[in-house]
Design a protein around this ligand. Structure first.
Ligand code: XMP
Length: 520
């Protein structure tokens, strides 16, 4: 839990797909909040957490089922404002004496419109400037009788109790999801809710930076911290923040596996060692990685080899640092939430992601995770606050196994060289056309086929490559970027003219699902 001097809002999670969006909306309003699964919220927890307000999320269950998720009854005795959303609304009504029914004919999914039912309340300031408001519904059951003390403030065709409130106790309940994009005025509703709960809105990045620096100093004391640097935004921001807190008690280890992009290794070393003066070990282990990957074409085997070697190399260099007691990691809030989500049963392995999860225990190190409370966009904001250049902060994600998974089939130095050059031309094109920031991720994959071409008067027999560019919000789903034909034609010509070894360029228009973003 964070610094108790901040007012905290507690989101009790009943398993909705969009619970994280509630937190996003609140953080945008400079409100500090945490999401906790309903089954971890005990009386004791509530007392320790001491929220200034509570939100009940939506969820996939029916309150009418046996064993349906519920918050502890004591939450209603805290004397703080509560907002129930969808399932949260229904569980609130049921526990406070109202009634919920299954409703085949009243189920609403998708866009709906609510209209005001009687006088305006503070929660709805800025609402109903037009006759009706668009909201996003997703419910099968519905409230058939509201709890004593509540009154109706808005209705929709399928939800006669779309917005209800008990103004004496400051309990509010809405049937729709104000956190999603398709409820355009949803942010105002959250803003009104936190305002009436008395939040100051003091969760700013500058404040976070100061507190985080102090916390790192308190945690680390005189000990030494090691931080694995990948060149990605998360580990970079973590490193700069920790360096601000403890200076040369931090050493970064940058494992260069020979699978980085053109110029990347110099950029990382230049920025951290030369610009920030952070002690940095540059472990140039390309021979080791490429040697072990020689002849390997199975994607999962590649990933496993890289993961194993990464840990070995990291450990070797870290052991050489005297007195290291802590390992810094760029863990983000979404990783933390997923790891406690009650609804996220075991999922199938699509790709084994490269991570160093087992490292701390193996090396007997304690963890420093200064980004644990932040979302990705907040990490970027913190990076800016710390003075990292925008061009660095806005970089597209790059996977841990690097170019290995953009080189289907066997990996050779020749193919990697060609791939690096083609990728550099492609990214240059995207930047020149001002498209870089519109795209979530763009890269070239070199394909394990040679094709026939003709250049000048000669026959060529060279590699084909695929360009990939996707839009996405979180990397979980993605769509291909709709480049113009002119852009694609110009880029193909440049790659073939400027990169020896490629004589055919294709554009990958697969979305995710069914494809994945990377080729392996
Ligand atoms: P896929 O290919 O699974 O990728 O659609 C989704 C996002 O994750 C990145 N990715 C990785 N990132 N280690 C990482 O740090 C990995 O092993 C890894 N594999 C995929 C990918 O670049 C995309 O942004």
């Amino acid at each position: 839990m964070t610094d108790p001097s901040h007012d905290r809002l507690l989101i009790i999670d009943f398993g909705s797909q969009v619970t994280q969006l509630i937190a996003r909306r609140l953080r945008e309003l400079n409100i500090y909040c945490e999401i906790h699964p309903y089954n971890t919220v005990t009386d004791d927890f509530l007392e320790r957490f001491a929220p200034r307000a509570v939100i009940f999320s939506g969820g996939p269950c029916s309150v009418l089922d046996a064993g349906a998720p519920r918050p502890p009854a004591s939450v209603f005795e805290l004397g703080v404002p509560i907002l129930g959303i969808c399932y949260g609304q229904q569980v609130m009504m049921q526990m406070l004496g109202g009634q919920v029914e299954r409703g085949d004919s009243t189920a609403e999914f998708g866009r709906a419109y609510v209209v005001p039912a009687k006088e305006r309340i503070d929660l709805l300031n800025g609402w109903f400037l037009e006759e009706r408001e668009q909201v996003w519904m997703s419910h099968g059951d519905h409230v058939s009788r509201i709890a004593p003390g509540f009154a109706v403030y808005a209705t929709s065709p399928g939800a006669p109790f779309a917005i209800t409130a008990d103004l004496n106790r400051n309990f509010y309940a809405v049937q729709f999801h104000p956190e999603v994009h398709h409820t355009p005025n949803g942010r105002t509703l959250y803003e009104n809710f936190v305002r009436l709960a008395g939040f100051k809105g003091d969760w700013t990045m500058a404040a976070y930076r100061e507190e985080a620096v102090q916390k790192i100093r308190d945690q680390v004391g005189d000990s030494h911290v090691i931080c694995g640097l990948s060149g990605g935004v998360d580990s970079s921001v973590a490193a700069v923040l920790i360096h601000e807190a403890i200076g040369d008690q931090l050493t970064c280890v940058f494992v260069d596996h020979g699978l980085l992009r053109q110029g990347e290794s110099d950029e990382v070393v230049g920025m951290f060692r030369d610009h920030y003066n952070i002690p940095l070990i540059h472990a140039d282990e390309a021979d080791l990685f490429l040697g072990e990957l020689d002849g390997v074409s199975d994607p999962e085997t590649k990933r496993k080899i890289i993961g194993r070697l990464f840990i070995d190399v990291f450990q070797k260099h870290a052991h050489a640092i005297d007195g290291a007691e802590f390992l810094a990691q760029g863990t983000l809030y979404p990783d933390v939430i997923e790891s406690v989500s009650f609804s996220g049963g075991p999922s199938v392995t699509i790709k084994s992601h490269h991570n160093v999860g087992g490292l701390p225990e193996k090396m007997g190190l304690k963890l420093v995770e200064p980004l644990r409370e932040l979302f990705k966009d907040e990490v970027r904001a913190l990076g800016r606050e710390l003075g990292l250049p925008d061009s660095f902060i806005g970089r597209h994600p790059f996977p841990g196994p690097g170019l290995a998974i953009r080189c289907p089939g066997e990996i050779t130095r020749e193919k990697l060289d060609i791939l690096r050059k083609a990728d550099a031309v492609y990214i240059d094109q995207i930047r020149k056309h001002g498209l870089y920031d519109e795209i979530w991720q763009a890269f070239v994959a070199i394909l394990p086929v040679r094709t026939v071409g003709v250049m000048g008067d000669s026959r060529t027999y060279d590699f084909a490559c695929a360009l990939r560019a996707v839009t996405s919000v979180d990397g979980m789903t993605a769509d291909y970027y709709p480049f113009s034909h002119e852009f694609l034609g110009e880029t193909a010509t440049r790659i073939i003219n400027e990169v020896r070894g490629i004589n055919r360029v294709t554009y990958d228009i697969t979305s995710k699902p069914p494809g994945t973003i990377e080729w392996e």
